[in-house]
Structures are given as structure tokens and as C-alpha cells.
Design a protein around this ligand. Structure first.
Ligand code: FMN
Length: 261
């Protein structure tokens, strides 16, 4: 295929200029060490993608706290000691001209506790995951605030590691998505009920990240366009568009990518 057309034309995300629009989407590498540190195996996964000329690589979902972890050998950014390894990975990608965003995630109820040694599984509400049988505990507002801060701290670590931006993972049934959808969010407080209230958690995460990383660091969000998972109802596209518009307003003008939406 000839390298022309809109996919191969430049785009700006906030302050970041990219030469093309074909990005490497997030796919969990599950190649980290058992404690979530970058391994040579992770670097070897990304270098050929960068060598291939991919303008932007988004990492697989990275856990922001130990509680947020959903898979063995998943990358973590839960502590400062993860920064040097992440920096080594980003440097290896930058050496071939690609940019790299870190995808930040909390799994919420979407985890098999025995799989990762989870002892305290939380979600918006205590709704059993019918696929895995996992029954989460409903979070208190204090816990919600703590997780918001953990997202922000994780974003700050990614910035210090040299990433070019971060992506909030608000798709595929993980915690941010669990707050969005009424099936998993049965809360009666300010985090549940109307679509605006179910979006509050995501907005707070965004604001905390923005406060941590400053005005110029790209922060993007992954959302489903249609949200149906096995054995659980999700949001319709029309509702997800409204959520996207709320998040876009949160993010200000949003650069070319915001306008393209
Ligand atoms: C092996 C594998 C791992 C994945 N890991 C992630 C992930 O960590 N984060 C994420 O947002 N999506 C993940 N995905 C989903 C993909 O990023 C992508 O959204 C999916 O393949 C569907 O493509 P679409 O979004 O273009 O419809 C994964 C997909 C696969 C096949």
C-alpha cells in the first residue's frame, strides 16, 4: 500500500506532533518480570515495532498499584523503583524514532484473584463478574480518592521515565469502565446514577493526572465505541459518545485528535 492518504498524514496530540496516524494499540505484553519490572523480553517486543516506523506505540495496560494488577508478568508503575526499567524501554523505542505512551490501568473486578495473588478486589459496586466468578467489594469514597491519586502518581512516574504521554484505560470492562456502565455501577452517591455521575470518577482521574503532569503532557483516553462483554451489559454507542464529549470538555480543545472526534 502506498504511504499516502490520511493515515500517513501528520497529526498533533496536544503539544505532540506525529508524522502519521497508524498507532500500535495497547496489547498486554505479559513479558515483564514477575514483579512487574521491564525485562529484556519487553524491550525486544517493542524495538522491531519502532524500527518499522510506527509513529506512536501505546504500551499494554500497566498496573498503577498492586491492587490494580490483573495478569502475571504484567508491567507495573506502582512505585518509583519501576522508573529506570521503563526509561530503558522508552529510550530503546525513541532510538528508532517512535513515540511511546503508557497505558494506565486498574482492573477493578476484572481479575481472577488466584491468578495474581489478589487479596482485596474492589469495584464501583459489589457486582459479581459472571465470567470469572469474582465478587468485588464496593469501594468507599475515600478509597476512590486514593485510586485517583494513584493514577496521578503513576502518570508522574511515566513522565519521569520519558514517556511522551499516557493513556487512561477506560475500556474493555476495567475499573474506569466499571464506573461508566450501570450494570457494574449501582452506587447511590455522587459516583453513580446519571451518566454525568458515572463519568465523575474518570473526570477526577483525568484532573489529578493533569495536575501531576502539567499542561503540556499528552493525556488520552481509551474508550469502547460499543461496549458488550460476555455475560455483562455495557453502554450503547450513543451513551459512550456523550462520555467522550464530557471527557473532551475536561481536556479542553484537545488538539487535532480532539477535533477529529
Ligand atoms: C493479546 C491482546 C492483548 C490486549 N491487551 C490490551 C491492553 O492491555 N489494553 C487495551 O486497551 N486493549 C488491549 N487489547 C485490545 C486491543 O488493544 C484492541 O482494542 C482490540 O484488539 C480490538 O481492536 P479495536 O480496538 O481496533 O476494535 C488487547 C488485545 C489482544 C488481542
Amino acid at each position: 500500500m502506498a504511504a499516502d492518504g490520511i493515515l500517513f498524514s501528520p497529526i498533533r496530540i496536544g503539544t505532540l506532533d506525529l508524522p502519521g496516524r497508524l498507532f500500535k494499540t495497547a496489547t498486554a505484553e505479559t513479558r515483564a518480570t514477575i514483579d512487574g519490572f521491564v525485562s529484556q523480553d519487553v524491550i525486544d517486543f517493542y524495538v522491531p515495532i519502532a524500527q518499522g516506523g510506527t509513529p506512536l506505540i501505546i504500551t499494554g495496560n500497566i498496573y498503577i498499584s498492586r491492587q490494580a494488577k490483573s495478569a502475571p508478568h504484567q508491567l507495573g508503575v506502582d512505585d518509583d523503583d519501576k522508573i529506570p526499567g521503563l526509561a530503558q524501554m522508552v529510550d530503546a523505542v525513541h532510538a528508532h524514532g517512535s513515540k511511546m505512551f503508557a497505558q494506565l490501568n486498574h482492573c477493578g473486578r476484572q481479575v481472577v484473584p488466584g491468578f495474581v495473588g489478589a487479596v482485596d478486589v474492589v469495584s464501583a459496586s459489589g457486582v459479581k463478574d459472571l465470567l470469572t466468578g469474582t465478587v468485588p467489594r464496593e469501594m468507599s469514597v475515600t478509597e476512590i480518592h486514593r485510586i485517583v491519586e494513584q493514577f496521578a502518581a503513576a502518570a508522574g512516574r511515566c513522565q519521569r521515565a520519558g514517556f511522551d504521554g499516557v493513556q487512561m484505560h477506560s475500556a474493555n470492562g476495567y475499573l474506569l469502565s466499571q464506573f461508566l456502565t450501570p450494570y457494574t455501577n449501582r452506587r447511590q452517591d455522587e459516583y453513580g446514577g446519571s451518566l454525568e455521575r458515572r463519568t465523575r470518577f474518570g473526570c477526577e482521574v483525568y484532573r489529578a493526572i493533569r495536575a501531576e503532569v502539567g499542561a503540556d503532557f499528552p493525556v488520552i483516553i481509551k474508550m469502547n465505541g460499543a461496549d458488550r462483554l460476555p455475560l455483562r451489559d455495557g453502554l450503547q454507542t450513543s451513551e459512550l459518545v456523550k462520555v467522550a464529549q464530557i471527557m473532551q470538555t475536561e481536556g479542553g480543545r484537545g488538539g487535532d485528535l480532539g477535533r477529529a472526534l
